[in-house]
Design a protein around this ligand. Structure first.
Ligand code: ZN
Length: 161
């Protein structure tokens, strides 16, 4: 298995709306395995296919101590509430920001065998990751959600340039 290159801003693939997966086959399974390996190697909590240059509606989520979640053609069916939380993105290295996210997120998606499932998360890292990764599939990044530039900072503690 190969680790994939993580695309960073301003790579245009990050801004393109991803296409629906038409068929779950062995090459898709392989891509997902490689995405998981890439996410783990980068210590990320999630990774969306556009971040490795593939414009398909696929995301993986890896919350510490929980089973890895694979989402194929995910859709957010319900969002409730609002909270301000800190966020970063493997495609925007060296930065972190504060964004508004929903408290409860309900998602519908397909698994590796093509079975539809639903998942609901409330007020936790999973809820945040679901929104963040599914945003990637429409070309949205967390920096688009900031209330202003003062809500973005460099993780090395220096002032933003
Ligand atoms: Zn991201």
């Amino acid at each position: 298995m190969a680790r994939l290159d993580i695309r960073t801003l301003p790579d245009p693939v990050l801004r393109a709306p991803a296409k629906k997966v038409p068929l779950i086959d062995s090459s898709l399974h392989r891509l997902i395995d490689e995405m998981i390996e890439t996410m783990n190697a980068a210590n990320g909590a999630g990774l969306a296919a556009p971040q490795v240059g593939v414009s398909l509606r696929i995301a993986v989520i890896g919350i510490p101590d929980e089973e890895i979640l694979t989402l194929i053609n995910p859709v957010i069916v319900k969002k409730k509430g609002q909270r301000l939380i800190e966020e970063g993105c493997l495609s925007i290295p060296g930065y972190q920001g504060e964004v508004r996210r929903a408290v409860t997120v309900k998602v519908k998606a397909f698994d590796l065998e093509g079975r539809e499932f639903r998942i609901t998360a409330t007020d936790d890292l999973l809820a945040q990751a679901l929104e963040h990764e599914i945003d990637h599939l429409s070309g949205t990044l967390y920096v688009d959600l900031l209330d202003g530039p003062e809500h973005l900072w460099r993780t090395d503690g220096r002032m933003q340039e």
